[in-house]
Design a protein around this ligand. Structure first.
Ligand SMILES: Cc1cc2nc3c(=O)[nH]c(=O)nc-3n(C[C@H](O)[C@H](O)[C@H](O)COP(=O)(O)OP(=O)(O)OC[C@H]3O[C@@H](n4cnc5c(N)ncnc54)[C@H](O)[C@@H]3O)c2cc1C
Length: 364
């Protein structure tokens, strides 16, 4: 069969490109997806009790990118939502990221914003060359806060010491010298009014888009002709692991439903030092759904299973460079998204990347 355009993977990256091909170029496009549903990791669904859950972990949309926000707003209205996270330390729930409130609660103090700045300066360790996530944390908050909040959480999350992880992981966590306890301070934040899956369905509501679910692209690709293939699956799989399997961190998601209205005081509570799970999400607190029961999710990071997070080490980057060299030589295939580019993208960043790839000479 002949399709000018084929997209492998129905996550946000693949759906964005397919939507643009159908609506801007007015061309037909075939999406091949190995899972039984669209949306990739942003997929959400109603469980047996009728509670909307995020099947692959909590997803909160936030961005400073006005164009991406406006683009996605064509497919969904948004519920106002300001994400908040608490962290369980020494028997107390303290706000994350680190704010003036966090320091005051952690040390039972009553410092002003300026005093907290001074306090953190005294705690911070002088580190000449910042090479790892551990260096980042120690140079910003010192040993005690590093141990209480970051060290064990990061070890649980990645299975290795923060001293072996590149700076990107802890650099993402801001420190605010004010009392703003919102988790993100992006200009646009929200949850899709009817969920992410409904938003994704709308993105591809065009007769020019055909979708083949439950199909690994390798099962069918030999029988298809195309001018351009947009590939959003894992790069190592595409090249039959010729440079070895790329390491990913996976998560075992364990859902529990309780016959009561509320479970915890915030949408997400982190557990850096206690238990094997890293965090608990209560979905109703993300979605705003009214229900007399409530569903929570505990996340147990692990090395085997679905690939979720590319591994943030120097060795993995070097290994991926070998695949990258092959990718650069491709004429008909574009590698896009978190698996194909072996790169952690937030939702807004992956949509931005897909729009840029499409608008930057995709037709050429
Ligand atoms: C636990 C977790 C929490 C997150 N929370 C947030 C958040 O709060 N906010 C935020 O902005 N971002 C969040 N993200 C990131 C967000 O999930 C990604 O930005 C987004 O999923 C990337 O889209 P993608 O299309 O690149 O990848 P994916 O969503 O993974 O889509 C790739 C698709 O390709 C399919 N595929 C793979 N191989 C094949 C094959 N051989 N044949 C056919 N199909 C194939 C897969 O089944 C999948 O559906 C989170 C990610 C995780 C893992």
């Amino acid at each position: 069969m002949n399709y000018k355009y084929i997209v492998v993977g129905a996550g946000l990256a693949g759906l964005t490109v397919a939507e643009r091909i159908a609506n801007v170029l007015e061309e037909k496009v075939l999406i091949i997806e190995k899972r039984s549903h669209i949306g990739g990791n942003v997929y959400d669904s109603y469980n047996e009790e009728g509670i909307l859950i995020h099947n692959y972990g909590p997803h909160i949309f936030h961005t400073n990118d006005r164009e991406v926000y406006r683009y996605l707003s064509r497919f969904t209205a948004w519920n106002d939502f300001w994400h908040r996270v608490l962290t369980y330390v020494d028997g107390n729930l303290i706000p994350m990221p680190i704010t003036v409130e966090t320091i005051n609660k952690l040390y039972n103090l009553n410092l002003s914003c300026n005093e907290v700045e001074e306090f953190l300066k005294k705690q911070a360790l002088p580190i000449n060359e910042i090479k790892t996530s551990k260096d980042v944390a120690l140079s910003k908050v010192g040993t005690d806060i590093y141990q209480k909040i970051f060290e064990t959480y990061t070890k649980k999350q990645w299975g290795i010491d923060p001293g072996e992880i590149d700076t990107s992981v802890i650099s993402r966590i801001p420190i605010r010298l004010n009392r703003d306890t919102r988790y993100f301070n992006d200009r646009y934040q929200g949850m899709p009014k009817y969920g992410f899956t409904k938003m994704c369905e709308k993105m591809i509501a065009n007769k020019k888009i055909k979708i083949l679910l439950n199909t690994d692209y390798k099962e069918v690709i030999e029988d298809l002709q195309y001018d351009k293939l947009v590939y959003t699956g894992p790069a190592d799989y595409y090249y039959n692991y010729k440079y070895g399997e790329m390491a990913y961190r996976s998560i075992d998601f364990v859902f529990e439903t309780f016959n009561r209205e509320e479970y915890q005081p915030a949408p997400v509570v982190n557990y850096p030092n206690d238990y094997d799970f890293t965090r608990i999400t209560e979905f109703k607190k993300l979605t705003g759904q009214d229900h007399k029961m409530t569903t929570i999710l505990k996340e147990y990071p692990c090395s085997d299973g679905e690939p979720y997070y590319p591994f943030p080490t120097k060795e993995c980057k070097e290994q991926f460079n070998l695949y990258q060299a092959e990718i650069k030589r491709e004429k008909k295939v574009i590698f896009l998204g978190r698996l194909a580019e072996y790169r952690y993208y937030n939702m807004d960043a992956v949509v931005r990347r897909a729009l840029d790839i499409f608008h930057g000479g995709f037709n050429g």
